[in-house]
Design a protein around this ligand. Structure first.
Ligand code: NAP
Length: 253
């Protein structure tokens, strides 16, 4: 096969929450095949450093924007900047996400709302604005980062509900947007080594790894490679509304 990713060269890719972790790795993988990248993060320095690093290393155009996906005005400002800078928006990866864990009986409403607002409403806001651009182009791809925890996990009622919600949103958008030339898919990562999982105590991490059939934690690039596949029409052009599990065989935590 020729370079299957050559169709992504010069395309515009927005990865939310891409200053670090899985989002940063996804941004790097798209840049490595010549795509221009919009880096967003809630921290200005993190977004700017990552955008400069990627532009220097891969010689692509990057745009760094401080944006909170849960804030409608902030998302509107983000999309206005994208339209001022780039002629198209070809790929949206809804990656920004947080955890605020706690047992359900003690969960505070604030804890519930914050996680739903960022993980689920943030994806709704970005997807709606992206679909308005993509439907005019009659092409585009959206990929939502859910989690195997969508199946339920003690201590993560808010996170699990948000990630399960993303699966319903993915399948619905796939059906609504297909006639406009837009594909929408989701991935469900398992236990991936990032600043998010660094917060988990070492002993608990070791115990979780012992349940992974492939015997190791995932790496951010394990997710990024699957995202590249789902963004490439020549490889996945007939896939929409799908959920791809990337977990080393782990089906629950
Ligand atoms: P991470 O290292 O904590 O990175 C999350 C990124 O999202 C950070 O860059 C963070 O910015 C940004 N962010 C947080 N709140 C935001 C907001 N309101 N608006 C915009 N950006 C925001 O997490 P990760 O492990 O890479 O996770 C990335 C995605 O994968 C998340 O959706 C997560 O739920 C999902 N996932 C992770 C795992 C795992 O094992 N790691 C497993 C399944 C699914 P700051 O750096 O400024 O905080």
């Amino acid at each position: 096969m020729e370079n299957v990713f050559s169709e992504l060269k010069g395309k515009t890719v927005l990865v939310t929450g891409s200053g670090r972790g899985i989002g940063k790795s996804i941004a790097e993988h798209f840049a490595a095949v010549g795509a221009n990248i919009v880096i967003t993060d809630i921290d200005e320095a993190t977004a700017a450093t990552t955008a400069t690093e990627i532009a220097d290393r891969y010689k692509v155009q990057t745009l760094s924007v401080v944006s909170d996906v849960s804030d409608e005005a902030s998302v509107d400002a983000l999309f206005a900047k994208i339209s001022e800078t780039f002629a198209t928006l070809d790929v949206l990866v809804n990656n920004a996400g947080i955890t605020m864990d706690g047992l359900f009986i003690r969960m505070k409403t604030e804890q519930w709302k914050k996680v739903i607002d960022i993980n689920l409403t943030g994806t709704y806001l970005c997807s709606q604005r992206a679909s308005n651009i993509m439907r005019k182009q009659r092409s585009g791809v959206m990929i939502n980062i859910s989690s195997i925890v969508a199946m339920g996990n003690p201590g993560q009622a808010n996170y699990s509900a948000s990630k399960a919600g993303l699966l319903g949103l993915t399948r619905t958008l796939a059906k609504e947007l297909a006639p406009m030339g837009i594909r929408v898919n989701a991935v469900t990562p398992g236990f991936i080594h990032t600043p998010m999982t660094d917060k988990i105590p070492e002993k608990r991490r070791e115990e979780m790894v012992s349940h992974i059939p492939l015997g190791r934690m995932g790496k951010p690039e394990d997710i990024a490679k699957a995202i590249l596949f789902l963004a490439t029409n020549s490889l996945s052009g007939y896939i929409t509304g799908a959920v791809l599990e990337i977990s080393g065989g782990l089906t629950g935590l």
